[in-house]
Design a protein around this ligand. Sequence first.
Ligand code: SME
Length: 159
Amino acid sequence: MYDFKIAAADKATMYRDLLSALEGLTAGEPDPIANMANAAALIWETLPDLNWAGFYRNVEGELVLGPFQGRPACIRIPFGKGVCGAAAETLQVQRVEDVHAFPGHIACDAASASELVVPIARDGQLIAVLDLDSPTPGRFTEEDEAGCVALSELLARVL
Ligand code: SME
C-alpha cells in the first residue's frame, strides 16, 4: 500500500514533500501513463481547493487528454488554443487568476475560476502539460507556480 498523505504546515514544505513523494512513486517506473496517473492522484490528494488536476499529452502536435482527477474534460486541444494550448505553444507557464478574462479559455467545467498550466518539456520538446484548475479566483500563487515547475522538471525525466 502507498501511504503518501501529506499534511505540511506551509506551502514550501508541502511542495517539498509532494516532490519527494512523486520521486518515490515514479522511481524505476518507465511507463508514462502510470506515472501521470499517480502524479495526478497525488496532486489531487495533496493540494487544497482544486476542481481538476491532470495532464494533456503532446500527441503529434495536438494536446490529447491524459490521466486526471476531476470531472470529464475536453479531449483534444489545439496548440495555441485556451490556457493549455498557450502553454503548449509558448512552453511558458500560464498562471491565470481569472480564466473568464483569458482569451479563448476552454471551459471544461463551469466551476473553474483560476488555472495553472505548466509545460513539461525535454530538450526543448513538449511532452505534456500539467493542468490545475480551481473554483477560487487567484488560487495559484508564485509559490504554487514554483512548486509545480519543480514537479514538472521531475516529470520531464519520467514521462
Ligand atoms: N481550461 C483549459 C482546458 C482544459 S480543462 O481546464 C481541464 C484551457 O483553457 O486550456
